[in-house]
Design a binder for this molecule. Sequence first.
Ligand code: CMP
Length: 152
Amino acid sequence: MAGRITFTIIKPGAVQNEHIGPILSKITDAGFHIAGIKMVQLSRNEARQFYCIHEEKSFFEELIEFMVSGPIVVAILEKHNAVEDFRKLIGNTDPQKADSGTIRNMFAKSVQANAVHGSDSDENARKESEYFFSGFEKFFVDEKNCVQGAMN
Ligand code: CMP
């Protein structure tokens, strides 16, 4: 069964260009509940750890430099079929290939400065959320769509 959470980063560039508000509006308009959110500045080590799966890629060092170039917004998003639906909402990694109306089509500058990250699987959504958020920083909704207290 498809999971209920995904994890996103609004990346430097999108933050610097004041796109946090418009991006979050697109996300909530698409039916996602924001279960956790904060603005942070990554260290090089944290960025390396987060993106360790790409360590062997030719763009890895550039990606790390970009991700530490300014503050980012990290968020846990909740919705039925969250991972797949969010990837549709953000569009292709390369903004030139992203469908019109997707977040990357609207706000990304390049493959590297592509405005947002979205988890690629339920397992990674859980791992990535846990990397940034403690149990006291997550507020999921119940079956009546009421926001609940902090929980894991
Ligand atoms: P993201 O969804 O955060 O996951 C890995 C990131 O690596 C990706 O978005 C892009 O920002 C970046 N990336 C992927 N391919 C390239 C590439 N060819 N050149 C530069 N950056 C890339």
